[in-house]
Design a protein around this ligand. Structure first.
Ligand SMILES: Nc1ncnc2c1ncn2[C@@H]1O[C@H](COP(=O)(O)OP(=O)(O)OP(=O)(O)O)[C@@H](O)[C@H]1O
Length: 678
């Protein structure tokens, strides 16, 4: 063991320090009457060398205070300083190596998500805590000696960087990751779809925060992005195909996604599901048996029939109830039939029964006497409905989602996914969002990717809550929002009209959409019709389209199914214009679809106009979460959906005697892209 001695005159001047030696554990100081061992962990900084007039002093900074080793000749001071310095750095490097390795493996996981960042900070905080024998070290201002090995130097360097790192550093790391992925997988994004993906679409695919929200307008390629993200995650080996789950709301959308995934060998094994099928699967797996689903849940018709039957029974069994129902219908629905049209009432009240079950009774102070009366008539239906489920040992979809959420929360379902991708997120309801949150909490590495467009939220009446999209980060936590701002479906004329129209409601998130196709001629046309000759007007219009574009596709859309042309009318048109591709659909059913031209029927005033002027849903409005104050907010979004289904032209058919408020607004001068069709 090498001994470093102070100047021989030191004792004569009563200086206590005589010599020092270095061991693996630290420094041993030889003092006049004793020896004092100082462990490396007691030193909270590397040594400092100070020069006096002729001799040197070495300062050791300890948790208990500073120690000075004085009276050192230059020939002793310099090698002593270097030896202590190197040994101290080696000790610290060795000490933090396991921690540095844990940090590296967190960083190597990919995108530096908020959850990974917090884990990293937690690890570092632990390393920085002072303990009884361990001093707090200022890692950032260290200058490690060149004699350290690369590994030692890297560990110390990483420590200094991470301790100084702030949110800007984290964002830069996330950005670097994205840039790397965009460059490594550019071929994939070029070739995956029939068209190369745009820069914004690519970025949406690679960004990988704990929660990711892709906001886009209609026709911006949200479906393409869902497909490409799935392919990217598999190609970059961040997930096996069976660790991905793609969720949709309807069976049709889920099957379409499955069909598109099947086109790529790498994504063939990726699972798609509806929320309902997911709930069923969770219940079956965690309880070991398939729950019995009520036919009332599976078919609207069966539910309405049951509600109508119970209404009739209630009237038969309870004279007072029968009288009250009769009075209420006479006053509020002008029904003068000898007995109520139970089916019609059941159809109107079915969503209220569902909302009462989901959200409970409203605050009585908010009810007008008429609504309180209506509520009293509907509550017995809810009780019958619940009783029927209990008697049959069955559940409905709301029960299923709620029970599935509970099972996940209780840890009774092993979540097999690392990525869940949700389509049409704007349609989500609070219970489904709760299920997603439960899945995320049960699988800490799970990342959510939600694609949606708040402008297309049209299912509020059935419990969807668009504020789960507009306040996404507040609800879910750390979020990266990517915006897709280029639409490939419709031209600039349709875009201008549709975007302006939907943004009249200040509650909608503001967005700017660019269009791939541009034209200078107006593409949204209002076609005034007579109430008796609407079908003739459509025939004429089809003739005009067929003359200009014989193989065009056309969507005939309406607010209500009963306003659509019937099958025989459709068959006649198809015969007359065999090359046109004509389809009919309700506006709700047309979501996600596209055609060259759209013919939108029934933009009239009235109970069944567009917007429908009856307020059949006043009670439902009170029950649903988050009231909307802008008039006809949801109907406005529904018209936006209709306008944006068209690639080239939209024709709005309005009864010229009673045009709807929407038509009046569109033709009132504020929309240069709207023309009158002669
Ligand atoms: N990068 C692209 N280049 C060219 N065409 C594209 C691109 N991305 C998507 N498209 C096309 O744009 C059209 C709309 O795409 P998609 O249906 O995915 O949009 P969307 O955002 O889901 O629309 P919506 O919300 O209205 O249903 C499709 O015909 C699709 O092939």
């Amino acid at each position: 063991m090498q001994i470093f001695r102070a100047h021989w005159l030191a004792p004569w001047f009563n200086h206590p320090f005589l010599a020092c030696e270095l061991t693996d554990e630290g420094v041993v100081l030889h003092l006049k009457r004793e020896r004092h061992a100082l462990a490396w962990q007691e030193l909270n900084a590397p040594p400092k060398l100070a020069q006096g007039r002729r001799l040197y002093r070495l300062h050791l900074s300890c948790a208990q205070g500073d120690i000075e080793l004085g009276w050192l000749p230059k020939t002793v001071a310099e090698p002593l300083y270097e030896a202590v310095n190197l040994a101290w750095y080696r000790f610290q490097a060795k000490r933090i190596l396991p921690l540095a390795e844990s940090c590296v493996s967190l960083l190597e996981q990919g995108y530096l998500r908020q959850s990974r960042w917090l884990k990293l900070k937690k690890l570092l905080a632990k390393a920085q805590q002072a303990t009884k024998h361990q001093a707090v070290i200022d890692w950032v201002s260290l200058t490690p000696p060149t004699e350290l090995s690369d590994r030692e130097a890297a560990a110390l360097g990483l420590m200094a960087t991470l301790i100084a790192a702030d949110d800007i550093w984290r964002e830069q790391c996330a950005e670097d990751y994205c840039q790397q992925m965009l460059s490594d997988y550019s071929d994939l994004f070029d070739s995956l779809e029939t068209h190369p993906l745009t820069d914004a679409q690519r970025l949406a695919c690679v960004a990988d925060e704990d929660h990711n929200l892709v906001l886009a307008g209609a026709g911006c390629g949200k479906t393409s992005v869902m497909m490409a993200r799935a392919a990217f995650l598999v190609a970059s080996q961040q997930a096996e195909p069976d660790e991905l789950l793609l969720l949709a709301f309807g069976n049709e959308a889920a099957s379409e996604m499955a069909a598109r995934l099947a086109q790529q060998p790498s994504t063939q094994a990726v699972k798609t599901s509806t929320f309902h099928a997911l709930g069923l699967m969770i219940l079956s797996k965690s309880q070991g048996r398939t729950p019995a689903l009520s036919p009332m849940a599976q078919q609207d018709k069966v539910r309405i029939q049951a509600l109508a039957r119970w209404l009739e029974q209630l009237c038969d069994d309870d004279e007072v109830y029968g009288q009250q129902l009769h009075d209420w219908l006479r006053r509020h629905r002008f029904q003068v039939l000898p007995q109520p049209d139970y089916n019609r009432v059941a159809r109107e009240w079915a969503p209220i029964v569902a909302a009462l079950k989901l959200y409970g009774e409203p605050d009585p102070n908010e009810l007008t006497p008429a609504l309180a009366e209506q509520l009293n008539l509907i509550l017995p239906l809810l009780h019958r409905y619940q009783q029927e489920l209990a008697d049959q040992g069955q559940i409905d979809f709301d029960d299923m989602i709620e029970q599935a959420t509970d099972l996940v929360r209780q840890g009774r379902f092993a979540v097999p996914w690392r990525y869940i991708l949700v389509d049409e997120f704007q349609d989500i309801s609070a219970p489904r969002a709760a299920l997603l949150q439960a899945l995320r909490d049960a699988a800490p590495e799970l990342s959510l990717f939600c694609v949606g467009d708040d402008w297309q939220a049209i299912y509020r009446f059935s419990g969807s809550d668009v504020s789960l999209t507009t306040r996404f980060a507040e609800v879910f936590g750390a979020t990266r929002i990517t915006k897709l701002d280029k639409t490939f479906r419709f031209n600039n004329q349709i875009e201008q009209v549709a975007s302006r129209f939907v943004q009249q409601n200040p509650e909608q998130l503001s967005k700017t959409l660019n269009t791939q196709t541009r034209t200078s001629s107006p593409s949204v046309h209002v076609l005034p019709v007579d109430s008796n000759s609407q079908m003739d007007s459509i025939s004429r219009l089809l003739g005009q389209v067929a003359a200009e574009q014989p193989e065009a596709s056309l969507y005939i859309l309406a607010r209500f199914r009963f306003s659509l042309p019937d099958e025989s009318q459709l068959t006649a048109w198809r015969r007359r214009f065999p090359n046109l591709n004509i389809a009919v659909q309700t506006l709700h059913g047309a979501k996600g679809k596209e055609a060259d031209h759209v013919i939108l029927l029934g933009l009239n005033r009235g109970k069944y106009g567009f917007p429908p002027e009856q307020n059949a849903s006043a009670l439902l409005d009170l029950l649903l979460p988050v009231a909307e104050t802008f008039p006809y907010a949801e109907e406005r979004r529904l018209l936006y959906v209709g306008l944006t289904r068209a690639r080239q032209q939209v024709f709005l058919l309005a009864d010229q005697q009673i045009p709807s408020v929407f038509v009046k607004e569109l033709t009132g001068g504020g929309y240069p892209g709207v023309s009158k069709w002669e």
